[in-house]
Design a protein around this ligand. Sequence first.
Ligand SMILES: Cc1cc2nc3c(=O)[nH]c(=O)nc-3n(C[C@H](O)[C@H](O)[C@H](O)COP(=O)(O)O)c2cc1C
Length: 196
Amino acid sequence: MSVFDLKSKNLIFKKARTHNDWLDQDISNDILKEIYDLMKWGPTSANCSPARIIFVKSKVSKDRLLPFVIESNLEKTKSAPVTAIIGYDINFHDHLPKLFPHNLDAQNWFNHSIDIAEETAFRNGSMQGAYFIIAARALGLDCGPMSGFDKEGVDNEFFRGTNIKSNFLCNLGYGDKTKLFERSPRFKFNEICEII
Ligand SMILES: Cc1cc2nc3c(=O)[nH]c(=O)nc-3n(C[C@H](O)[C@H](O)[C@H](O)COP(=O)(O)O)c2cc1C
């Protein structure tokens, strides 16, 4: 028997769905903090942890976000109790002396090239975005990740004057399972994997 039991597999992967409709149920700030306190343990290169997250919860803040969301994502974003902006900091390497203290040279692996810094921030920030979804699901929440939004607009509105760029948005809440459409298929192991 796997240590990761069937209930956990269902919760995180097999029965977890992307949600578009939300029950009228708030998410406490404590749960939002707990999402971060779980996801932060997921690995990143040199522990660089480039993800930066804004939890858009208040109506005032939602109203700042909605103009940048594409039409087909509007209603679900409006009705979600929280929408997280998952961003990544291109200047993540400034923090490496704190995050990777056993090798103070690590900063220099990334600070000589904007291309390397951007690629590293995007790769590891995206991985942290996946850890974010897994953490939220582990806490009983449902997610609705979205790339359909005006990145430049969101960056100007929420990250102006920083080196942070938005990656994707993720609605959070308790999903209305009655509104789900049938699940789309996935590739079979042999279609896309090799063991060599
Ligand atoms: C990074 C990312 C971006 C996505 N962007 C959108 C989007 O803009 N609008 C949308 O309706 N769904 C979006 N989706 C949802 C996917 O279509 C959905 O997760 C996929 O079809 C799997 O659905 P399932 O989890 O219910 O099996 C996105 C998902 C991810 C992970």
